[in-house]
Write a protein of this length. Structure first.
Length: 196
């Protein structure tokens, strides 16, 4: 499971009102007005909280004529709440599949990076892509926060499509982004570390 999904889930359920909604729905499906009445809150407030819970997959809805009922997706909720205990399991399997020795890393870099240090093209194969992403991301310093503009300017020094590289660094867990601020993830989270 992607770390972003796990964080989004815990942020969503880490709200007292949403926890109370989950507790109510454990007893059975309810419509928004009923939830609002039981919690003493306005319907728009409940709608906001239900949307957050639906976005994580903890709650789903079904229409019955003119009324929308909300149900607790207990199976998904249980999976998401125990996901923290499985951190690393999926990554270990993937890491084995994506292992690249130093000789192969050097070959990939030679095939995709010019002698001037420019990226010829982004590899389509994930194993090769991660080698290239690791190779270039190491310009950043651990513990330092970078503005999106700084990240873009650096990427432009080796590749024109800065948005793709930036997005891949986030998706492959090399970097973390919040409010257009970028920071390197710990090396232990990287799918591959290329020695420069």
């Amino acid at each position: 499971m992607q770390l972003e999904k796990m964080v989004a889930f815990h942020k969503a359920v880490g709200d007292p009102t949403r926890l109370r909604i989950i507790a109510l729905l454990r007893k059975g499906p309810l419509h928004g007005q009923a939830i609002a009445g039981k919690l003493g809150l306005r319907p728009p407030t409940i709608t906001h909280h239900l949307k957050k819970l639906k976005d994580t997959g903890a709650v789903y809805s079904r229409r019955d004529k003119n009324t929308i009922y909300f149900y607790l997706n207990e199976q998904n909720l249980e999976f998401m709440t125990t996901a923290i205990l499985r951190i690393g399991d999926d990554e270990r399997v993937v890491a084995e599949e994506l292992k690249v020795d130093a000789k192969d890393q050097a070959k990939i870099i030679k095939n995709f990076v010019t002698v001037e240090g420019k990226l010829k093209q982004m590899p389509s194969q994930l194993k090769k892509k991660n080698v290239i992403l690791s190779y270039f991301v190491q310009w950043f310093e651990h513990g330092k926060t970078y503005e999106e503009k700084e990240v873009n300017e650096y990427i432009k020094t080796f590749f024109d499509d800065f948005a793709t590289v930036r997005r891949e660094w986030i998706m492959q867990q090399f970097m973390y982004r919040e409010n257009n601020q970028y920071e390197l993830n710990p090396v232990e989270m990287w799918p591959v570390v290329v020695q420069r």
